[in-house]
Write a protein that binds this ligand. Structure first.
Ligand SMILES: Cc1cc2nc3c(=O)[nH]c(=O)nc-3n(C[C@H](O)[C@H](O)[C@H](O)COP(=O)(O)OP(=O)(O)OC[C@H]3O[C@@H](n4cnc5c(N)ncnc54)[C@H](O)[C@@H]3O)c2cc1C
Length: 400
């Protein structure tokens, strides 16, 4: 194998190509990105970068010279439009690039509010790419009114930045509570209270009927009949894996581009990693939307492209920054039937299913996060009564 092509120059793509060289692959590597900039980190887009506390240079995962130094060809600013899995070529503009092995790290696309309800009016924004945030940032002026549709992590982080900048902020959440899809009521309650303390209005169990305005956003009407004036709207209503190219090439799709435990798609010469890829996990195809997953899965795929034959067995972790709160999450809480609250110096919420420890939400509590992550790595379930007792030294649970 001499030529590896990677489609998608984001977190996973950048990790994959760097790892290939680190593992000694000496052939040709081409990393292709639709965006006009080298691979960058997305998390600061809804945090420090949006707040104006981080420069563009610091967003980049590596300086552009890194790729040249490593003999990695970067092709930026144009998407791959087709893959021919039989000829083993990809189409880039008028060119056909040949590959021996191909990796898809195409990430995900933000869901948009339908045009039918005003989703295409100027002043409606999404938060996915650098270009989205650069277009939205000038709207963040003190005193302006923003309505954020969706009380998930991205929407809430944007709300925190807007509140810090002195905007009038309303978050709309259709579900009965914010973060319902990803967290226990205890975590939702703590984060709701934090936002309310900063003056953010949180309207739960409230849907968006339509966005109003003639030439740009002027307000929103709600499912309960109310109307709110708004200068701009942010849609934080989730993402969809970017599978269009894979689908057109005839690859199997199941909750993203379907891969086996080693990251190989239904075509033996094509691999996938990051937000766009799903992998076998407890009898289903799981897809994770996190930096940890993008890096770990991409590095594993790099090793497996070179014949390592390793399976992906992640202990997922995630974080969110809102105001002075750092929320750190280890594990996946899917299927939990019990939440144990620990209030020592800080707070943490521990998820269990049938007595088995699944995940922890640690609120400004790095020790709880670290211990929770280690327990998951070791496959241990701590005693709930010990966890709940603020006198328990958490580190001792690792030795139990
Ligand atoms: C605002 C924001 C905040 C976030 N905060 C956190 C956080 O706090 N913690 C956390 O763990 N995760 C966070 N995430 C999620 C994390 O950034 C993603 O999970 C991660 O970026 C996924 O990496 P990826 O490489 O799979 O996809 P991406 O980083 O999205 O990269 C995919 C790239 O592929 C390109 N591409 C797609 N199709 C083509 C094509 N046909 N040809 C060429 N290029 C193509 C896209 O343009 C894109 O540049 C956040 C995401 C966003 C948007």
């Amino acid at each position: 194998m001499n030529r590896i092509v990677v489609i998608g120059a984001g977190q996973a793509g950048a990790s994959l190509v760097a790892k290939l060289r680190m593992l000694g692959f000496a052939g040709e590597i081409t990393l292709i990105g639709a965006e006009p900039v080298p691979p960058y980190q997305r998390p600061p887009l809804s945090k420090a970068y949006l707040l104006g506390e981080m420069t563009l240079e610091r967003l980049f995962l590596r300086p552009e010279s890194f790729y040249a130094d490593q003999g990695i060809t970067l092709r930026l600013g144009q998407p791959v439009s087709a893959i021919d899995p039989v000829a083993r070529t990809v189409t880039l503009g008028g060119e056909l690039l040949e590959y021996d092995a191909l990796a898809l790290t195409t990430g995900s696309l933000p869901r948009h509010l339908p045009a039918l309800i005003g989703g295409d009016l100027p002043g409606v924004h999404v938060v996915r790419a650098l270009a989205d945030v650069d277009a939205m940032a000038p709207e963040f002026q003190p005193g302006r009114r923003v309505v954020i549709v969706g009380g998930g992590y991205i929407g809430l982080e944007a709300a925190a930045v807007a509140a810090k900048k002195g905007l009038d902020v309303t978050v709309l959440e259709m579900a009965p509570r914010i973060l319902q899809r990803v967290a226990a009521p205890e975590t939702s309650d703590a984060i709701r209270a934090l936002h309310q303390a900063h003056g953010v209005k949180i309207l739960e169990a409230t849907g968006l009927e339509r966005i109003e305005g003639t030439s740009r956003v002027e307000g929103v009407s709600l499912s309960d009949g109310r109307r709110l004036a708004a200068d701009f709207v942010i849609a934080g209503i989730g993402i969809l894996p970017d599978t269009a190219l894979a689908e057109a090439a005839g690859l199997e799709i199941e909750n993203g581009i379907r891969t086996d435990a080693q990251g190989r798609t239904s075509d033996p010469h094509i691999w996938a990693a990051g937000d766009c890829a799903s992998f076998p996990w407890r009898g289903a195809q799981l897809r994770l939307e996190s930096v940890q997953n993008a890096i770990d899965q991409a590095e594993l795929v790099a090793a497996n492209m070179l014949g390592a034959g390793k399976d992906y067995a992640p202990v997922p972790w995630f974080w969110s920054d809102q105001y002075d709160l750092k929320l750190q999450i280890a594990g996946l809480n899917t299927g939990y039937d019990r939440v144990v609250l620990r209030e020592a110096d800080a707070r943490s919420h521990w998820y269990f299913a049938g007595g088995k420890f699944l995940a922890v939400d640690a609120l400004n509590d790095p020790r709880a996060y670290m211990v929770g992550k280690r327990l998951l790595e070791q496959g241990k379930s701590p005693e709930p009564a010990l966890l709940a007792d603020p006198a328990t030294d958490l580190k001792l649970l690792l030795k139990a």
